[in-house]
Design a protein around this ligand. Sequence first.
Ligand code: ADP
Length: 628
Amino acid sequence: MAAITGGSGVARLARAVGLAAGLAVPTLAGAAAEPPIRVGVLAYRGGDHANAAWEPTVRYLAERFPRRGAEMVPLDLAGMDAAVQAGAIDFVLTNTGNYVELEARHGVTRIATLQSSHAAGSGAAIGSAVVVRADRTDIRTLADLKGRTVMAIDPDAFGGFQVARGAMQRAGVDPYGDLRELRFSGFPVDRVLFAVRDGAVDAGILRACVLEDLAAEGRVEAERLRVLEPRAVPGFACAVSTDLYPDWPLARLASTPEALAKEVAVALFGMPADHPAARAGGYQGWTVPLDYQPVHALFRELRIGPYADLGEVSLLDLARRHWEWLAAAALALLWWAIHSLRVEHLVKVRTAELQAANRVLLHEMAERRRAEETARERQREMDHVARLSILGEMASNLAHELNQPLGAIANYARGCTRRLEAGAADPAQLAEATRAIAAQADRAGEIIARIRDFVRKRASRPEPMDVNESIRAAIALCDGRARQRNIPVVPALDGDLPPVLADRVQIEQVVLNLVKNALDATPDGGAAADAAARAITVRSGRDGDGRVEVTVADRGHGLAPEVRARLFEPFFTTKPGGMGLGLSICRTIVEAHGGRLRATDNPGGGAVMGFVLPAAGPAANEEPHHAR
Ligand code: ADP
């Protein structure tokens, strides 16, 4: 037999996992047409022990499959995992904990569960007994183990530690955190009992029924020991401190043919309870596979076996399962980040551009304000110069005007003196004369005030005003001169004009300029009888659009076409001593008031210079009687 399987791959694998090749037990082999059924058996206590316990079971199978035979492949935990992964075996016979791990990792499926010789009923027979010495009355419950020294078989032992660990944790005692000391004895299991019995440790953890078995063998006195929190499980003959879990299963690999699995299961179910194989394995036959979910739950609770790295695996699993979504989310996040950065960058660039543009704009606005202020200042200067200039031309007129009141004052004063000297001073006559003197002085004062007002350097101050006032003032300033030259200046004023929004002195300046030009255009030397024919008429009224219109009509030499074309140009003059600024300034003033300056021919000969101004206020365009 050894010759048949000695060189097989399975035997080599068994060697590889550290077990003697000789342990691979060739069983009854019929015709060698098909390879023997390979049963991997967990040999946690070494090959010899496994051989003794399980070789008869494998031999039983070999007898049931005479043509193929069956062979046992003893494996330790790592070897079992490798063999299942490599598909080097067909079935596994292993403990409950290892089965659950293989099920989770490699998809092995139980086909039968051991029927424990201690459990009459269900087959759930694996639990833990937590044992203390009978005289330790201070330890009654699992919770009492806190701070004690406890001994168990092995951290990987299912009944010998893990089941008890779960129960202890549920009782609030973490074996790894709450004990004074946790020791592992290793096999054989009676070491634990001896340590408890001898007081080396406070408590020991054993697979349920081990105590009873050893007591039956006479290796320990059961009455000297006590199991903590013993549970009454119907049909279960042993003392147990925990829930019971299914016993060892026989499981098929995912690759094992269904039909073969079925046949093997049927063969196992058919094993009599008292079969030598069952007796050797300490069981009483096989039953239908039990539910191992409670074991999964326990492992999950303890985070051991397949659930050792539950947290990380879950996350990793999740990542693997939903990688498309994760990738999409990552891409979206990346896009969003890039987009945000880009937008931020663009905003920064635009803000910088706007700030620069704003700076330029502010600078330009300041420049413009300065330029406008300069232009206004120039205009004021020019206005002023023009007024001084026009007044200079009127100097003789002013002298004449002032001469009249001054002469009258002198006459009245001399008359008074004479009367006083002659001693014929009638107080009533003297009083009348001094009143006349005062009146004439007032008149002279008015003339001076008017002149001072006219020439004062000032900024434009538009206010609602009557144009007629400005016309009268302008005529008063040049009337003397006109009379000297025997040219009547005749006002023809509409007393029913709406007010205009204008600067009084500037309008006066314009009218004075137009009258002065009219005087200049009118030739000298007419006889007194001609006076009416040479009169200058200053007219005010409203034009067709409701605007206020002022015209100065003369009977002078009129406007030659070439003169008319350049009339308003600065420095255009036809006069020997002229400056040519008068009309250009007049136009600037009138247009600044929203009006227009124009020149036409006087049908009776001469020129008509005039301007229009918009009427002030809401009544601007209404009929005169409404405007009042
Ligand atoms: P100035 O009086 O210093 O010459 P103006 O600008 O006031 O400057 O006038 C420009 C020119 O327009 C005058 O030189 C004159 O030739 C002409 N002009 C102005 N008013 C009249 C007028 N009423 N009749 C004829 N020509 C005129």
